[in-house]
Design a protein around this ligand. Structure first.
Ligand code: FAD
Length: 600
């Protein structure tokens, strides 16, 4: 009926625009009203005649001005802040560029017929059907998906489960890629075997023997999640219906300017098993390597690569190349540790020969022909990667490894109309880790509401295992529970530096360290303004309390370990007790009673 009326409306008046006709109809019905109900008051007609000619165009221009000037001004403002060095805006601008480049590339490759920019209007047809149906579909083949699968099986031994992963490997653990695998023999490393914390040999894959009672599709990128019809679709067009779905899509490493133009044997990020194999092979070839990034991953990799090279040097007696680490901060791990602990890590790196370049930003990387070192023929050239720093210095390398953080993989969720956390990034869920009915989220990509500590996102292994497990239990149980666990993380930089931490570990917070025989109170400062160095032989094993408003919000266990001490640490944070006198913290955990962390 509506269509017929509309058609007649169009056919009847094809000379003028629809708006014009609509206005005419309105005014004729108003006129009709006054003709029936009485005369129009004179002052209305006069006022209309006066304003009609004089103010109409003026008003139009006035209203249109902001539409033109606001975007222009905003862009000018962003650009000028970037010029003046606002790091947040630089980061935002980089994200914007990378995202646009990624979308343009996908479009050019014709890969994104399922991918919608979020400005596009998306119409989901109801009653779509899928090629196959599963009770549980887990998107992503990382730690969170794997732990969700294990938890589902506890509640539901028979329900059909499908795991979809873009990678060509079955689920595996990432932490050994930057630590233990570098201490394995070459043949063990080739077979992805390493010595675990319990001194037993382990494989990086969770189930190297293969999977039973679950369908695992590797090399399968999900390009659409239709949360209305409950269907996920792969890049090859195949679709799977679900009762419950998990998004455990992890994150994509950030790149540095110029890296897109270089081949993968010259520059690489470090996230996957494929990356490990690539970098391991290159490090055997005696390459000079520059590692970019001063956080956990960059620091672990610098240590691992350099100590691996040192071992090779003494074994083979030949030049095995160098490792240089470049980072923005005045010390490694300066965003997390009080300065005196960052210095311990720095010393550990130096002890295995890592060359350090603190307070430096990488402006670009490029390939250039340079004279061959130690060659008598000055015409002989080799192609090097040139890493240009913000002070104009150029570092020559054979290979560059970047560890500058990740972007959570939220694209699928954005396109499905799920909410994205504008502050922390990640897909927003409630305390039960549910983003939308029957859609759960876990791991690095999760932004959840913690009932004690508020909204948070975390990029750590134990968090991925705990949230994956919790999501899996909630997906397969009629009674959902809120996620209340306070996640921990750890890092090992060689044999002498090993720490575990729980809660907020940020150097901008005040800290109170309890060490063998000494207590160290240090005011929090932004990482780029680290306080004066402190030296003490007692900083071998201890506990550092991170304070906000006199309450403990984070605890770092330095070279001490054990499930009991971690349980105590969690309890102290959850108590939210106010400590007016920080010396009370000395007695909370007795360092001497806690076993030393063995990292052999
Ligand atoms: C080298 C390394 C060392 C680390 N060491 C430590 C450590 O010592 N301590 C610590 O606490 N944390 C560490 N971490 C961090 C920890 O490994 C991560 O927090 C954890 O892996 C996150 O698990 P996840 O399941 O959320 O994501 P991931 O493990 O990244 O898994 C996500 C998976 O989803 C897949 N995927 C993404 N999008 C799609 C799609 N559209 N379709 C199909 N599949 C898709 C990806 O390919 C990937 O396989 C380390 C990380 C790395 C890279």
């Amino acid at each position: 009926m509506f269509q017929n009326t509309f058609k007649r409306f169009v056919l009847n008046s094809n000379k003028k625009s629809a708006t014009h006709r609509f206005a005419k109809r309105c005014s004729s019905s108003v006129k009709h009203h006054f003709e029936t109900m009485g005369d129009r008051p004179k002052y209305i007609e006069n006022a209309q005649q006066e304003t009609k000619g004089k103010f109409g165009p003026f008003l139009f221009v006035l209203l249109a001005l902001p539409l033109v000037f606001v975007p222009l001004y905003t862009d000018y403002w962003i650009q000028s802040d970037i010029k003046n060095g606002d790091p947040l805006l630089e980061e935002f601008e980089q994200y914007r560029k990378e995202r646009n480049a990624r979308l343009a590339k996908q479009r050019a490759e014709g890969k994104n017929h399922h991918h919608h920019d979020h400005h596009e209007l998306k119409v989901t047809s109801l009653n779509k059907s899928a090629d196959e149906q599963y009770k549980y579909v887990l998107v992503g083949g990382g730690t969170s998906s794997y732990c969700a699968y294990k938890a589902i099986r506890e509640n539901d031994p028979e329900g059909s489960i499908l795991i979809l992963t873009e990678e060509n490997y079955a689920p595996y653990q990432r932490p050994p890629l930057s630590k233990e695998l570098w201490q394995s023999s070459d043949s063990d490393a080739a077979n992805l075997l390493f010595t675990a914390w319990n001194n037993e040999k382990a494989h990086v894959e969770y189930e190297p023997e293969g999977y039973k009672n679950v369908t695992l599709l590797t090399g399968s990128k999900v390009v659409e999640v239709d949360v209305i019809n409950q269907i996920v679709t792969l890049a090859n067009g195949k679709s799977f219906g679900y009762d419950k779905c998990l998004l455990g899509t992890g994150g994509t490493p950030r790149e540095i300017p110029g890296s897109e133009a270089l081949p993968r044997d010259r520059i690489s990020t470090f996230r996957t098993l494929e990356d490990f194999k690539n970098v391991y092979r290159l490090s055997q070839s005696g390459a000079d390597i520059v590692v970019v990034g001063g956080s956990f991953l960059g620091t672990e990799l610098s240590y691992a690569l350099s100590s691996h090279k040192t071992a090779q040097r003494s074994e083979k007696g030949k030049d095995v190349g160098s490792v240089t680490q470049v980072y923005l901060e005045p010390e490694v791990l300066a965003r997390n540790l009080p300065r005196y602990l960052s210095e311990s890590v720095r010393d550990a790196l130096r002890s295995v020969g890592v060359k350090l370049k603190p307070n430096r930003n990488v402006i670009k990387v490029s390939l250039q022909k340079r004279s061959k070192p130690n060659s008598t023929n000055s015409q002989e050239k080799v192609e090097k990667v040139i890493v240009t720093l913000d002070n104009g210095e150029e570092l020559e390398a054979d290979f560059v490894l970047t560890a500058t953080g990740i972007f959570p993989n939220t694209e699928l969720a954005e396109n499905a109309g799920l909410e994205i956390d504008p502050v922390n990034g990640g897909i927003v869920t409630n305390a039960e880790l549910e983003a939308r009915q029957n859609v759960f989220v876990a791991g690095d990509v999760l932004s959840y509401y913690d009932v004690v500590l508020g909204r948070r996102r975390s990029e750590h292994y134990e968090h991925a295992t705990a949230t994956g497990r919790h999501a899996g239990l909630n997906m397969s149980s009629p009674h959902m529970k809120p996620f209340r666990h306070v996640s921990m993380f750890w890092s090992d930089v060689g044999k002498n530096v090993s720490f575990q931490a729980v809660g907020e570990i940020k150097s901008e917070l005040d800290t109170y360290g309890v060490w063998d025989g000494v207590a160290v109170s240090q005011n929090g400062t932004p990482w780029n303004n680290a306080p004066a160095p402190l030296k003490n032989e007692s900083f071998k094993r201890g506990i550092v309390y991170y304070m906000r408003d006199n309450k403990v919000v984070g605890i770092l266990l330095w070279n001490v370990s054990g499930a009991r001490v971690m349980r105590d640490a969690r309890k102290i944070i959850l108590q939210k007790k106010q400590y007016r006198d920080l010396s009370e913290l000395r007695d909370l955990i007795d360092v001497k009673q806690v076993p030393a962390k063995s990292n052999n």
